[in-house]
Ligand binder design. Sequence first.
Ligand code: FES
Length: 104
Amino acid sequence: MAQLTVCPVEELPPGEVKIVRAGELALGVYNCDGEYFALEDRCSHDDGPLCEGDFEPAECIAICPRHGARFDVRTGRALTLPAYLPVDTFDVTVEDGMVLVEVP
Ligand code: FES
């Protein structure tokens, strides 16, 4: 595991998402009402760019822009078809005012 620096906390306020890359891996880092979560930016249905879709921060849900599957950002669980498999999640921490994500 390695720690990837995402951004200073003030650049990721509640309701925002930031997409970052770690080599081949793309991640969406979300702020759901002050809690941070990270999802792989690849939909489990057909590899769509999940984190580029809409984000409903009140419910902490990401919506795939390709075919509209909804995912729980906290767990990666698929909530609606056409996706049924979860997407990978990654631990997010804050240290010295910086948002960090654990990547493989
Ligand atoms: S690629 Fe995401 S719902 Fe189809």
